[in-house]
Design a binder for this molecule. Structure first.
Ligand code: GRF
Length: 220
């Protein structure tokens, strides 16, 4: 388990608005989590998340995937930039690129993603639309360790939100996003405190107990 004296060094990867990034910035600033964001990297220029990072005096970088010959070259450049900051944890926060196995394995056990569904349901895109089409009564969000299987790594914590009859894609997305902003900093905080880690067999250890099923919170 990690020594919890120094702040946990985070590098956050984004592709867009960065509202999850903001939630993590705020949780660090309020000392709710013993962590610091040492860099924010976007694969897209000019996204709002970069402004949020600059506003918080965090180093930012754009590594534009369109300027690389293939996925491997992009991932290599991304990983070079990340590793300059020697982070203990890499946070995917709305980072909309599929990563090579080589990249993922390099960060295995040190990289988290947040996915807007109750995994294993609705892996991939358009999760809110698909939940509505499937007449789900509940939907939600999952924070998981990243493994080579897309949206398939061990799930740590899920927040369940209700689906109400009036919902459309955007109202449901907004309700899920509110839950995202609560649970992502929470999980990062557990890792910062040294209470949570992934073992060699991809089992989640919370304290000295193995987590057999994801933790679940119910949100309104
Ligand atoms: C979130 O819904 C997240 O779960 C998904 O992409 C969205 C990113 O939103 N992976 P933001 O950029 O954090 O506002």
């Amino acid at each position: 388990m990690r020594e919890a004296s120094a702040k946990l060094r985070l590098v956050v990867l984004i592709s867009g608005s960065g509202s999850n990034l903001q939630a993590i910035i705020d949780a660090c600033a309020r000392n709710e989590i013993h962590a610091e964001i040492v860099a924010v990297i976007s694969n897209k220029p000019n996204v709002f998340g970069l402004q949020r990072a600059k506003h918080a005096n965090i180093d930012t970088h754009v590594i534009n995937h369109t300027q690389y010959a293939d996925r491997a070259a992009f991932d290599a450049a991304l990983s070079r930039q990340i590793d300059k900051y020697a982070p203990e944890l890499v946070i995917l926060a709305g980072f909309m690129r599929i990563l090579t196995d080589h990249f993922v394995l390099h960060y295995q056990g040190r990289m988290l993603n947040i996915h807007p569904s109750l995994l294993p349901k609705f892996q991939g895109l358009h999760t809110h639309r698909r939940a509505l089409e499937a007449n789900e009564k509940e939907h939600g969000v999952s924070v998981h360790y990243v493994t080579p299987e897309l949206d398939g790594g061990p799930v740590i914590l899920q927040a369940v939100v209700p689906v109400v009859p009036e919902d459309d894609e955007s109202t449901l997305a907004e309700r899920v996003l509110q839950a995202e902003h609560k649970i992502y900093p929470l999980v990062i905080g557990w890792i910062a405190e040294g209470c949570l880690r992934l073992d060699e067999r991809q089992g989640i250890l919370l304290g000295n107990k193995r987590l057999l099923t994801p933790l679940v919170q119910r949100h309104t």
